[in-house]
Design a protein around this ligand. Structure first.
Ligand code: ZN
Length: 287
């Protein structure tokens, strides 16, 4: 499942490839769970909009759209009444879920199975959304005011970070995964950050001393920044039709290494389940 660094990498890749292009038409598949906004509304918002910018918000990919024309009215008159007016600025929001991919390709390229959206661009290329497991979501913000919730972990300052976590009774790991606090930190990077900060995943937030929280603040930023830097070198592979194979991954120090020796002290890495998610830690290095 793509986490913040992967989504950032994908958003940067799309920014390079499709920013400035105009959407001419949109085809949407019929799987209802993929569409978080009404399909008609998605199509109408995208059609004849120029993609100004593609960026990441939390784990969402956000296409900033600027209206360039008014799409043809829908044939069905009674639906037309319900349509909200088009605004000069809007957003297309894509959440990749577990297996979602955005592919930029030539129209002649074979349509992959599980393609749920095909966006035709003025440059004669297509942007396709492919998602076999269908946890991905497409939606639009008609006024361009999408809120991803929580705070960007790479933008939050130390004071705000400390306030966010202060006094919480939940395990540290649960707090890190809580998207209402920090957005976009997932299982892998939470484990890696806690290891670097020397904090056990199960430890209650309120019992973690300030100095450790400060260390965690730095660790989260380091881990995410390093992972984004690694991803940056594989952008083009990822958004091409071949999908994930181009991704370089941060070498995990604890995640997925249950029973293997800690890279610092050789103690076997332990795995516990917290809130239904596997957590990996070194019982010696993390207190
Ligand atoms: Zn250790």
């Amino acid at each position: 499942m793509p986490e913040l660094p992967e989504v950032e990498t994908i958003a940067r890749g799309l920014q390079k490839r499709v920013a400035g292009d105009t959407i001419e038409s949109v085809w949407l598949g019929s799987k209802p769970q993929t569409m978080k906004s009404p399909p008609d509304e998605i199509a109408r918002t995208l059609e004849l909009s120029r993609i100004q910018e593609v960026r990441r918000m939390g784990k969402h990919i956000v296409f900033e759209l600027e209206r360039k024309g008014v799409p043809r009215p829908l044939a069905r008159g009674k639906l037309r009444k319900k349509l909200k007016p088009l605004s000069p600025r809007s957003q297309w929001i894509v959440h990749l879920g577990m297996t979602g991919r955005l592919v930029v390709c030539e129209p002649s390229e074979k349509l992959e199975k599980h393609t749920h959206a095909v966006v035709k661009l003025a440059s004669r290329r297509e942007l396709r959304f492919v998602d076999p497991r269908r946890f991905g979501r497409l939606s639009v913000a008609l006024q361009g005011d999408f809120e991803a919730g929580g705070i960007e972990p790479l933008e939050v300052d130390l004071d705000r970070f400390l306030k966010l976590f202060r006094g919480r009774k939940t395990p540290m790991k649960s707090a890190l995964l809580n998207q209402k606090l920090l957005r976009g930190v997932g299982n892998i990077y939470a484990d890696e950050s806690l290891f670097r900060a020397g904090v056990r995943p199960k430890r209650r937030v309120s019992t973690v001393p300030r100095v450790k929280l400060e260390a965690l603040y730095g660790a989260i930023r380091d881990v995410l920044t390093e992972a984004i830097a690694l991803g940056g070198s594989s952008i083009s592979d990822y958004v091409d039709a071949d999908g994930e194979e181009g991704f370089f991954q941060l070498q995990h120090r604890v995640y997925g290494r249950e029973g293997e020796p800690c890279l610092v002290c050789k103690t076997p890495i332990k795995r516990v389940v917290i809130a239904g998610r596997s957590s990996h830690y070194c019982p010696n290095c993390q207190k």
